[in-house]
Design a protein around this ligand. Sequence first.
Ligand code: URA
Length: 215
Amino acid sequence: MSTAEHGPNVTVLRHPLVQHKLTLLRRKDTATGEFRRLAREISLLMAYEVTRDLPLETVEIETPLERMEAPLLSGKKLCFVSILRAGNGILDGMLDLVPSARVGHIGLYRDPQTLEPVQYYLKLPEDVGERLVIAVDPMLATGHSAAAAVSRIKQAGAQQISFACLIAAPEGLRVLTEAHPDVPIFCAGVDRELDSHAYIRPGLGDAGDRLFGTK
Ligand code: URA
């Protein structure tokens, strides 16, 4: 599942359901409602993989028939952080799987002069330092806003962060990994390249516009 091809901290989800749904998502004829539904389904499946190493503890419970020792999640609780606005399109699927998770939001835009990411919104749970944070954005393109978002989340006290996206460009993987080698990256596909407008090729177009029907 983890492909050394893209670095030791990059996991590409090769599950047939994920790959099938990603293909449907990419198609230009996929309309907004269907796109949204597919993004939600893929992200639910991704959440399954992203949370694979969560620690368990054994507790004693009572079934209708007898007492038993059974596993329950222990230790760190989860916090999803959506990188606005497209991150919201893969947040709901993750929340379907982990409804008790807390949710943070971060908004960044690129300053047209300096080309640096500028934060315009940040709201994280107060106890983010005690949670496993999963930052989500469907497209890891240049990697600059993802790296900046992870830096801000670390500044807020987070100790353990993963990053999940649907499609990554090789450039984005490189930038995010160099800036944050401690952050595991999960994606459903690694595409060929970025074009001169920073779109991932072949990609799926503008994820935000396709999710929200704004174009
Ligand atoms: N953001 C998108 O929505 N699509 C891309 O291809 C790159 C960044």
